[in-house]
Design a binder for this molecule. Structure first.
Ligand code: AMP
Ligand code: ZN
Length: 465
């Protein structure tokens, strides 16, 4: 079967046929960098990571663009409230975002354009829209006239008439001058509240609206028409509708072929969000001693279009799954001698995994195929049926599938937290000092916490038990 995605535009599963054979242009709405991202945001970013990794696994050459929203109402408010310049705030939180992505094993995008570095591109689109009569000006700001785009509402399946006046989502306080409450600002004239945040352009002194940022950066790096655009489902309207309207009116070309939207990470049936205060940042959880890989597992393992409920017992279950895979790896590493090479079992597992993920990234099906394989191979190891070749093939299969999931790798030394590493070093020192009682006590203490020290010719290595 071919690779299929549920396209929000058609609300159907469609076979993925990229605009250019073998390639995939992917744009994902990035973070607004005025604060730490919470793990709800990371649910979406991990779905997008899975999508990209799977496209690559299926042989597509992917170009992934994720923007950084570094000028926007909430950031400007933060500047005002803290008295800090824009770049100080966005610089700090961009770094934090990249650190968090690395902690969660998210593969970096090919481009991370920042809005403030693409003002000229936004101005060019607004100019084109103005020339084609899609805009009007009020008090120095420039608005997009929704009624000038009959296709509006195609993505969220609402017609213009259904969009009651005043229902245009993120309605900004400075949008009260619009002719129609559904219209949105492309360019916002400077007001005192904006302080130092403005650009002097042919459109006047001001700053871009949020929606135009994404259109400009997507089309700059992927062209006027590209394959896949993603975001959380809350971005569908008005953000993505607005992106379609302004992009298609400016270029006269279809903007995006496949729109994929992830459902939310929820806590007791409510969207995890900063405004509700029901959120965890990644850092909070890691500080509590939670393995980032277990967090990745929880965010990954529910199908992206199903709401994913966050609870600490889900972390426990994820840890158990991780342990099963790690135990399996350790067990295979000890298999020696002749026996079954597992070629058939490996092929069957890879086929089942691929069939599941081909079906709109059915990750639960993919993980189930891997656990079936583990159960089957464990039985055969119990029976002494597996040879060294079989163990090698099974480990190679896990590595191959891990290029998609990012949760099957063996734990590395780098994953041990600093306090564990400190105690391993202290144990080394105790051994050098011939204080074996202390060395053994440290070893036992770490063992009790689930860390095993292996003494190798290259020095000690610490692993999860
Ligand atoms: P924001 O910084 O609010 O623009 O959000 C960045 C990305 O995270 C967007 O794609 C949102 O749709 C997504 N997002 C925000 N909250 C959640 C949540 N609770 N679950 C999943 N995705 C979310
Ligand atoms: Zn966006």
């Amino acid at each position: 079967m071919a690779l299929r995605f549920q396209n929000s535009l058609s609300r159907r599963k469609e076979v993925f046929e990229p605009l250019e054979a073998g390639k995939a242009g992917l744009y994902t709405c990035g973070p607004t960098i005025y604060n730490f991202a919470h793990i709800g945001n990371f649910r979406t970013y991990i779905f997008e990571d899975l999508l990209k990794r799977y496209l690559r696994f299926r042989g597509y050459e992917v170009t992934h663009v994720m923007n950084l929203t570094d000028v926007e109402d909430k950031i400007i408010r933060t500047c005002r409230e803290t008295g800090q310049p824009l770049a100080a705030i966005t610089g700090r939180y961009a770094r934090a975002f990249f650190e968090d992505c690395e902690t969660l094993g998210i593969d970096p995008a090919d481009h991370y354009p920042a809005a403030t570095e693409h003002i000229d591109d936004m101005v060019a689109i607004i100019r084109a829209l103005r020339e084609k009569g899609h805009t009007y000006e009020a008090n120095g700001s420039i608005y997009f006239r929704l009624k000038s785009f009959p296709g509006y509402g195609r993505l969220s399946h609402m017609d213009l008439e259904q969009l009651a006046e005043g229902a245009s989502g993120r309605v900004d306080s400075d949008e009260y001058e619009t002719e129609d409450a559904r219209d949105f600002a492309l360019w916002k004239a400077w007001s005192e509240e904006d302080g130092e945040v403005y650009w002097e352009t042919e459109l006047g002194k001001g700053r871009p609206g949020w929606h135009i940022e994404c259109s400009a950066m997507a089309m700059k790096y992927l062209g006027p028409s590209f394959d896949i655009h993603c975001g959380g489902v809350d971005n569908m309207f008005p953000h993505h509708e607005n992106e379609i309207a302004q992009s298609e009116c400016a270029t006269g070309k279809p903007y995006v072929k496949y729109w994929l939207h992830s459902a939310h990470l929820v806590v007791e049936n409510k969207k995890m969000s900063k405004s509700l205060g029901n959120f965890h940042t990644l850092r909070d959880l890691v500080e509590k001693g939670i393995d980032p890989l277990a967090i990745r597992w929880v965010l990954l393992a529910t199908h992206y279009r199903q709401p994913n409920n966050f609870a600490f017992d889900a972390i426990d279950a994820a840890n158990q799954s991780l342990s099963r895979i790690r135990d399996f790896r350790l067990r295979l590493a000890e298999v020696k001698g002749p026996g079954d090479d597992l070629a058939e079992a490996c092929e069957a597992c890879e086929t089942a995994f691929t069939e599941a993920l081909d079906d709109d990234l059915n990750i639960s099906g993919g993980l189930a195929a891997v656990f079936d394989f583990i159960r089957d191979v464990n039985k055969r190891v119990d029976g002494g049926l597996i040879g060294a070749d079989g163990a090698k093939n099974a480990l190679a299969l896990l590595d191959k599938l891990d290029s998609v999931t990012g949760v099957f790798a063996p734990p590395t030394e780098a994953e041990a937290p600093q306090d564990v590493i400190d105690r391993v070093m202290a144990r080394q020192q105790a051994r050098r000092d011939k204080d074996f009682a202390r060395a053994d006590a440290l070893r036992d203490e770490l063992l009790a916490e689930g860390w095993i020290i292996e003494d190798t010719p290259d020095g000690p290595r610490v692993k999860r038990t």
